[in-house]
Design a protein around this ligand. Structure first.
Ligand code: ADP
Ligand code: MG
Length: 216
């Protein structure tokens, strides 16, 4: 039986995923809840090796099909090795990126048909859907500004031009519109404390529907 709760944070680089994941995790831990923070691609030994392949700017010749399969391979391992076991133990799993990134980047960014992606993703996840997903939406230029102020070397994905990231942003908005019961889209330009408050309130409201958390 699945006893835990699975929440994912999505949006383009610089939208605030890692910041909000950490704030939420700290707050929930402060309430004595068991929280696992993880990320994609990554979250385990094999998935982190796949992440390194995906982000390495030397792999610029990587074709779209290879890229998609590597993301899904990493996810398949991550779900079975880390997410399912944590869910069975009743933890709250906070994951920085998950399947919506595949739909936005590979679907809208790389133009792989969404119907194919949904089917392949379900195979990779064993049909695990998040219980709740937050997408932080902001203009691509704003996200780029934030990233250039803390600049590290550019990775393979970041080497794509602004048109690619605009398609990704629109892709995220489109998947949010198609799945309103699970996905909440928030204005990523809001101050981070304001966003954190919204995320927490929505999270707690959803947790109330989950049997195991009612007894706390
Ligand atoms: N709501 C916000 N307003 C302004 N700056 C933010 C906000 N959220 C995050 N930042 C800053 O933007 C940068 C990217 O945030 P981060 O959480 O690392 O984004 P992501 O994980 O989505 O790439 C960091 O320097 C962070 O401090
Ligand atoms: Mg991050």
């Amino acid at each position: 039986m699945r006893r835990g709760f699975f929440v994912t944070f999505e949006g383009v680089d610089g939208c605030g995923k890692s910041t909000q994941a950490e704030l939420l995790a700290n707050r929930l831990r402060g309430e004595g809840r068991s929280v696992v923070v993880t990320r994609e691609p990554g979250g385990g030994t094999i998935p982190e090796k796949i992440r390194a392949l995906l982000l390495d700017p030397c792999n610029s010749e990587m074709v779209n099909e290879c890229e998609l399969l590597l993301y899904l391979a990493a996810r398949a391992q991550h779900v079975r090795e880390k997410i399912f076991p944590a869910l069975e133990e009743g933890a709250i799993i906070i994951c920085d990126r998950f399947q919506e990134a595949t739909f936005a980047y590979q679907g809208f960014g790389r133009k792989v048909p969404i119907a194919i992606l949904r089917q392949m993703n379900s195979f990779a996840t064993g049909d695990l859907d998040p219980d709740l997903t937050f997408i932080f939406d902001l203009p691509i230029e704003r996200a780029f500004e934030r990233l250039t102020s803390v600049k590290k070397p550019i990775d393979r994905l970041e080497a794509n031009g602004p048109d690619f990231f605009k398609r990704v942003r629109n892709g995220y908005r489109s998947v949010a519109g198609a799945t309103p019961h699970r996905i909440t889209i928030l204005d990523g330009t809001l101050p981070l404390e304001v966003l954190a408050e919204k995320v927490y309130a929505i999270m707690i409201e959803k947790l109330k529907d989950t049997l195991i958390f009612k007894i706390k």
